[in-house]
Design a protein around this ligand. Structure first.
Ligand SMILES: Nc1ncnc2c1ncn2[C@@H]1O[C@H](COP(=O)(O)OP(=O)(O)OP(=O)(O)O)[C@@H](O)[C@H]1O
Ligand SMILES: [Mg+2]
Length: 391
């Protein structure tokens, strides 16, 4: 008999909220099973998923500014800040994660992140768990603009490499500086200061090379996880990066060589980028190509339902890839309104797959019956106007 040894999976055992969105206060106790949230539109289901998503680097699944998360009463009163805390069980170990925003009367804000009661950076919470999600706004990701796909890609990558968040932000910031400098240079006769441009472009090159390497690595393990999945309700995808520097990274080019290539491309492109008013080439233009493998069709040519199934398959594969990473803690999966779009067989298949994956998934839907096929593998909560009741 072979005994399967699996790494312990991270689960939330408690979620506490204060003045977060439509929650004045919440102390939600969880027994470690999957979490199903049901209730009418506007009840606060997605807000709960959003709260959990804030425990990963960045601004959560809606990408909202921290200050907008502060609870506002129907009378228009705004609280002095918000707080969220979560108890996380990692095998036998209990950890406490918390995040808050405090506003003073002058409108200044202070963010605090704590790990086991000790101040830390929000990004450090990723050492305890990773969070990945699927939201209805991603439904158009294959058919929409490349920028949306890149954002989706980078979110998946970030779950593998939390430092991807800092690299992307650093790259974008340096690119804005470069564009502004080129524009100023066009207005003033002398042109932009070349030494300053060199420094900015070197910053872009350092961040961009790291981004390319992260993307290639994450896409590779995702693809392996997709191919290792059994045939089932969610079709397999062939995924591939469309970007010159990712191609170099995939060919095994060293980080410092990719940096040099990015820097020299930026230098060469100065004239044309000045004329275009933007940086025309680079990792900020990379696209993710997705093919529906059984049909051999590009994802954007598939039906709405097929695209949704592909997307769910991708997220499940990424969760699987993360479970298998020995350097990363396991992920929590947030699936907003995923169940409602599936026929009952696919819904049952999704719950089976989530259970086989292990770990904890959080799902939302308007009706309790959407989760019937989970049986006793999930805890169910009714959400109504910012109040959550186990039911
Ligand atoms: N800062 C805030 N303060 C108070 N209420 C807020 C704030 N931000 C959002 N809300 C309210 O939270 C409510 C619940 O939003 P949420 O998106 O969680 O609903 P939902 O249960 O997911 O609904 P649906 O089924 O339509 O997706 C909305 O009515 C919204 O107006
Ligand atoms: Mg919702």
């Amino acid at each position: 008999m072979t005994l399967e040894v699996r790494r312990p999976h991270v689960r939330l055992t408690r979620l506490g909220l204060r003045n977060f969105r439509n929650y004045e206060g919440l102390d939600l106790r969880l027994d470690g099973r999957h979490v199903c949230l049901y209730g009418s539109n506007g009840a606060g289901k997605t807000n709960l998923l959003e709260a959990v998503s804030m425990l990963s680097p960045g601004r959560g699944l809606r990408g909202t500014e921290f200050a907008e998360l502060v609870r506002q009463t129907p009378e228009g009163d705004v609280a002095k800040g918000w707080a969220l805390s979560a108890d996380v069980r990692d095998g036998e170990i209990d950890r406490r994660l918390s995040l808050s925003l405090d506003l003073d009367d002058q409108g200044r804000s202070k963010r605090t992140a704590r790990l086991d009661g000790v101040d830390t950076a929000q990004g450090e919470l990723a050492e305890v768990m990773r969070v990945i999600w699927l939201t209805p706004s991603m439904d158009r990701v294959f058919a929409g603009p490349a920028g949306d796909r890149r954002k989706f890609l980078d979110r998946q990558v970030l779950a593998h490499f939390p430092s991807h968040a800092g690299a992307s932000a650093g790259y974008e910031k340096a690119m804005r500086q470069r564009n502004a400098l080129l524009e100023q240079g066009q207005k003033s006769r002398g042109g932009a200061d070349p030494a300053w441009l060199d420094a900015i472009e070197m910053g872009m090159a350092t961040a961009g090379a790291a981004m390319a390497i992260h993307r290639v690595d994450a896409v590779k393990v995702m693809q392996e996880a997709i191919l290792a999945r059994p045939e089932g309700a969610f079709p397999k995808a062939l995924i591939d990066l469309d970007g010159a520097f990712e191609l170099r990274a995939a060919d095994g080019m060293a980080l410092t060589d990719i940096e040099q290539e990015i820097a020299s491309q930026l230098r060469e492109n100065r004239g044309r980028d000045r004329a275009a008013g933007r940086t025309t080439e680079g990792v900020h233009r990379t696209d993710l190509r997705v093919i529906h493998a059984p049909k051999g069709l590009p994802a954007d040519q598939c039906s709405t339902g097929e695209q949704k199934a592909l997307l769910i398959g991708l997220i499940l594969a990424n969760a699987q890839a993360l479970f298998e990473r020995d350097f990363a803690p396991s992920p929590l999966l947030l699936l907003d309104e995923a169940a409602a779009h599936l026929d009952s067989d696919r819904r049952a298949a999704l719950y089976d797959e989530l259970t086989a994956l292990g770990g904890q998934a959080w799902l939302t839907g308007t009706d309790r019956s959407l989760f019937d096929a989970f049986g006793d593998r999930a805890q169910r909560f009714e959400v109504s106007d910012g109040i959550v009741r186990e039911n």
